[in-house]
Design a binder for this molecule. Sequence first.
Ligand SMILES: Nc1ccn([C@@H]2O[C@H](COP(=O)(O)OP(=O)(O)OP(=O)(O)O)[C@@H](O)[C@H]2O)c(=O)n1
Ligand SMILES: [Mg+2]
Length: 418
Amino acid sequence: MRIYKVGGAVRDRLLGRPVSEVDWVVVGASAEELLALGYRPVGADFPVFLHPRTGEEYALARTERKSGRGYGGFTFHASPEVTLEEDLLRRDLTINAMAEDEQGRLIDPCHGRRDLEQRWLRHVSPAFAEDPLRVLRVARFAARYAPLGFRVAPETRALMRQLAESGELQALTAERSWKEISRALLEPRPDVFIRTLRDCGALHELLPEIDALFGVPQPAAHHPEIDTGEHLLAVLRQCAEHGQPLVVRWACLLHDLGKGTTPAEEWPRHIAHERKGLKLIRAVNTRCKAPRDCQELSLLVGEYHSHCHRALELRPATLLELLQRFDVYRRPQRFEEFIAACEMDARGRLGLERRDYPQAGYLRGAAAAARAVAVQPLLEKGLAGAALGEALKRERLRALKAYKSDVLGERAEPPETS
Ligand SMILES: Nc1ccn([C@@H]2O[C@H](COP(=O)(O)OP(=O)(O)OP(=O)(O)O)[C@@H](O)[C@H]2O)c(=O)n1
Ligand SMILES: [Mg+2]
């Protein structure tokens, strides 16, 4: 039995990057032998085991043969006769198909090291097509390593396109896709993830609502980049530069979906795109099985991002409605995420990346003013139930009026944003 380090750990060590988890491959052993040594099987179907002490993954060397559509359609051939080279050849990218023996010697039959040095994401062999999830993986690696200069090899892009056009991506489970999408959004260049998927036709298959934004113009006055798809990519870049969490990045990804449905006669205007987008945002959330917080924030950002941009122009009564709708009293964190997403939207515009966004501070102040209204005095007046609710709203409105005139004065000019 021989054990080799494989996959991401070998790749990232050669790149001089921190290694987060180590994958191992075991050659010349059977499942029974590993079980006898105390390794724990990961699942019933996979020849993968967890080390009894470290918990790291040990996989028996295997070859993969596809038997049908989708993830359920895999058959594995794992036996003590499968060689390390055979196991490396069934992997996705050359940079992921290197192994290291116990002496630290590199085993690299697919020339992964050369591609690593030349910054290519290149598939190992036609066996790449055995798992269509790899299209998303390549786009995710592109998003992660773009700052190092990596790009997708032309022949790999062609194969990804073939896979997209074959309709195979439709067979991926929502769970597997979501894992890739959510990880990719958190990489340093989430925009590169989306662009890579688009370049091979996979975006049209997976997220057609987002693909539809490319080629749709917006008014140059607010959007010097004009194209709605380019705007979206710029917003995602801002998200990464500001270290935004997944919920914010997800909400940003979906915030403008309504613009993809505007009739061309109305271009470059997008009347009521916020409301028109809600149906699409819901559809994407459901299809992707996005977690609850992502679903919730994306709908709120979709519906109210223009309110945020116009915050300084809102009448106190509208401001109050917004704060009530967000339940800023009990959900302060979610309101912060909303503001962050809108700020990324405002900065994700050509040449406006460093603009001020006074709306953020203004809305925070408004939420604080509304929160500062005390309930106790109203209770002492004997108010309860609906009457208490009404009185509380009246007091909050009064507080917001005072806040607005304090901060903006009577003649303050609102900034132009839409
Ligand atoms: N669909 C997949 C998934 C994984 N692999 C192979 O299994 C290894 C380990 O997979 P995983 O841990 O998912 O990826 P890493 O390359 O280790 O990358 P990460 O840094 O994201 O863990 C990969 O390097 C690759 O060789 C593959 O060929 N095809
Ligand atoms: Mg790994």
